[in-house]
Design a protein around this ligand. Structure first.
Ligand code: F0G
Length: 446
């Protein structure tokens, strides 16, 4: 066997396929696929700290990448196929000022700012891996459905490696900052009269009929790249694991990738404990929270009760439900990685909750006020953290890393409206002043 292969996550199937195949679901049973490794043959460093040596050789483009400098932990293709545009140079900021307002102890709250990626969101971690695989299998054309960030990232990578790309977006459902990127990077944008879930359904059929490479998080290679967000958090904590990871939940790719990352690190003996995971939905798109908290859906060793999921989705269809939240990035009601996320919750003893749009925009302004901006979906983390601290799920002295998934400028409209229209207690609108020095000085001194 090669060092890596694709494997169906359904334990009753567990079919395996070579990495050179382009598949997005198990051809035998239709379930999701994982990339799995023959760890006995992969040359993994003995200690995570050994990866630090890569900084010294960062003139090597793969050592510079915050994804590929961990390449032994996602070793599914040869180096010559690896595409990089310097993704993953992101920071973990200790934010004591925000911690104080949340009643947490100093040194406990960290913000992993994935907005620093080249296209401004965490997606670049996954896209570098997906496009490396696309090159390996010789794909010529790529596509995705998107709430915005996937499209921006795909268009950036597609063009940097000479591939064509098509973006499917829901009409009126994506923030302008993101749409502007996809158009500027030359992606063909198809706006469907529907929501993200409609686009996701269509793009899967389009890709299989036209033999186009799909880069949504159904793609298991993409999720391999997203594992590295966790490696970098551990790296920046001096190779220690935090007590909690808090992440927004949309299509549930990140949460799935994080659970897999920790499971693998533990198996390899590279960490001694697994942090807990909190996945935060918006109340207007709360499928995961509803299924886990109300319907008690669990991973159950891979034997997931499909009838609970079917009944929930049938109900959404009967109500003609379409999700709605100001955090448009996570406005998703049929998350494709639901089952992998259930596995991650199992691995990480995870919790799920949903927060309102008002809580999201207030949290966003608080994050901004302490020096790191982010887009609304990312702020769901701090909004969720407030609840988890209040009900004692997270202790005030526990170490918490919140993943800020996208840049502040991705969705300027939400930010401008919050401040300008004084929508919340943290609004900071411009002060109107006459064109008169005395009046301006009066305002300055007030
Ligand atoms: N945060 C941001 C900024 C996102 O763009 C997304 C997903 C998420 C969180 C949710 O992450 O899907 O891994 O649970 N955006 C996708 C897109 C769906 O099309 O850009 P997830």
């Amino acid at each position: 066997m090669a060092l890596a292969c694709q494997k169906c996550i359904n334990p009753d199937c567990a079919a395996e396929f070579e990495c050179s195949q382009t598949l997005f679901k198990c051809p035998q049973c239709g379930e999701l696929l994982d990339v799995v490794y023959d760890w006995d043959r992969v040359q993994v460093p003995k200690r995570l700290a050994d990866f630090a040596g890569r900084w010294a050789s960062r003139d090597n483009r793969l050592d510079f990448s915050g994804v590929w400098r961990f390449r032994e932990l996602l070793d599914f293709c040869a180096d010559k196929f690896k595409v990089t545009i310097g993704e993953g140079q992101t920071i973990l900021q200790q934010n004591d000022a925000l911690a104080r307002t949340l009643g947490m102890k100093p040194g406990c709250l960290f913000l992993q700012y994935e907005g620093l990626n080249p296209s401004g969101s965490f997606k670049d971690n996954g896209m570098t891996a997906a496009f490396s695989h696309a090159g390996f299998v010789g794909a010529k054309s790529s596509a995705c459905a998107s709430t915005g960030n996937t499209s921006a990232s795909m268009a950036m990578y597609a063009h940097s490696c000479g591939m064509k790309c098509t973006v499917f977006i829901g009409s009126g459902r994506i923030a302008f900052g993101k749409l502007s990127q996809a158009m500027d990077f030359g992606g063909r944008t198809i706006q469907i009269a529907g929501d993200f879930d409609d686009c996701m359904r269509q793009v899967q059929d389009v890709c299989s009929q036209l033999n186009i490479y799909l880069v949504n998080s159904l793609n298991p290679f993409r999720l391999e790249g997203q594992k590295t967000i966790m490696f970098r958090i551990i790296e920046q904590l001096g190779w220690r694991v935090p007590d909690w990871i808090v992440v927004p939940g949309g299509n549930l790719g990140n949460s799935s990738a994080f659970g897999k990352a920790f499971d693998e690190l533990k198996t390899l003996g590279l960490i001694d404990r697994i942090p807990r995971l909190a996945v935060i939905n918006a109340t207007g798109a709360s499928t995961l929270s509803d299924l886990v908290n109300e319907k008690k859906l669990r991973w159950n060793g891979g034997n997931i009760d499909q009838s609970i999921i079917d009944a929930y989705y049938d109900d959404l269809t009967a109500k003609n439900f379409s999700p709605h939240t100001c955090a448009s990035a996570i406005e998703i009601s049929r998350p494709v990685n639901l089952k992998k996320c259930l596995r991650a919750l199992d691995i990480c003893d995870g919790v799920v909750l949903a927060v309102t749009d008002d809580e999201i925009v207030d949290a966003k302004a608080q994050i901004g006020a302490y020096g790191l901006g982010c887009e609304p979906a990312s702020a769901a983390t701090i909004a969720g953290l407030k609840h988890l601290l209040a009900d004692g799920t997270i202790g005030k002295g526990e170490t918490v890393a919140c993943v800020l998934t996208g840049h502040q400028l991705k969705d300027p409209n939400v930010t401008v409206n919050y401040h300008k229209d004084k929508q919340g207690p943290f609004s900071n609108p411009p002060i109107e002043a006459p064109n008169d020095l005395d009046e301006i000085i009066k305002i300055m001194n007030s």
